[in-house]
Design a protein around this ligand. Sequence first.
Ligand code: UDX
Length: 434
Amino acid sequence: MHIVMIGTGYVGLVSGACFADFGHDVICVDKDQSKIDALLNGEIPIFEPGLDELVAKNVEAGRLSFTLDLAEALPTANAVFIAVGTPSRRGDGHADLSYVYAAAREMAPLLPKGVVVVDKSTVPVGTGDEVERIIREEAPDLEFSVASNPEFLREGAAIDDFKRPDRVVIGVNDEHAERVLEEIYRPLTRNESPLITMSRRGAELTKYAANAFLATKISFINEIADLCEKVGTDVGDVAKGIGLDSRIGNRFLMPGPGYGGSCFPKDTLALLKTGQDYESPLRIVESVVASNDQRKRSMGRKVVSAMGGGEQHGKTVAVLGLTFKANTDDMRDSPAISVVQALQDAGIKVKAYDPEGMDQAAKVLNNVIYCDGPYEALDGADAAVIVTEWDAFRALDLQRMKSLLKSPLLVDLRNLYSRRDVEEHGFTYIAVGR
Ligand code: UDX
């Protein structure tokens, strides 16, 4: 199959490299000259474990290439995937579809007969209809199909998620598109990954419903964690106790500082807007969004109150972990942003260390002292707070930590440590829901 991937962002690049690895011929197109130049030089503009090797291997094998030129890529395409950004529109939270529609308009006159245009970007219900309308307007005589094929990749585990998915969702309104997409994903069905075919609108909504449901699970366990603190029990036990019920499932029940990242915050808001547009209120998702916003803000206050509350002018906190989760350099909607701001609002100085996220963090956080390692951040600080669950923070030398801190206070927003271990070393230990 000849596949064209429009957009070499996170989704486009991972999907393009994985399709090439299945044996398809893939050309990735992007408007950003610097991205294409970097990729042609073998540099990967994002951090994703294993992606550099996968890209290099498939470029070498001649199955994966990069270009700025749509006219070079499109004429032989069997399928064109649209994997451009759909950020939240400023002001109203709607997904901004201008990049999707611009891509459709630009490609239309260059598309070959029988091509299947596939939306991979996360797009609200009805976007496929509009893409179809635009292409028909620009190329009235063209035979083509428009399909939806949302991705469910987690940052940091994207290649594995792509190659061993729980399911692949295919939204089609005609048999030709169904056949082409089945052919593209055939290597996966050999691994017994189920391919679920449904209407285009069904696939569009499935993506949002999945993310909103996962966000709901996280917010639910976070609120239960707060209650556990009040009633004096351990949320880990409660999560295990409910999660072993297979109707609930034990994943995504880790309490923490609130969900962040490029998907959950944006997609829950966009789903709410769709609910409003169709006069079908989504009150549960509304509460989840409010609960998570509130949680992120409250986590910084939790640290301040552990330090004795109120104005802590001149004190210093070591923040360990800045990215919204481990194994990424992504700072988008990271809870660390609210935590750092709350500390700074209380007059506290922040020293921070993150294994991958400090360059990105420097773009969104002011007046933070970035350190070369966790112990440098801890040196001379009045307290430590773990915000991201990096493996590098799971086995810190507690003795050394205690000798570096002015006062032995550890706030563990990811529950990485056991209370007994930490307290045995003479720390005051504050975790989440325990
Ligand atoms: C998510 C979805 O998992 C993925 O299917 C979709 O395609 C994109 O959005 P991602 O944003 O990469 O992926 O991260 P994920 O691992 O899902 O975590 C999202 C946020 O939830 C992080 O801030 C994480 O720390 C938090 N989280 C996750 C919890 O607080 N507790 C959990 O149990 C799980």
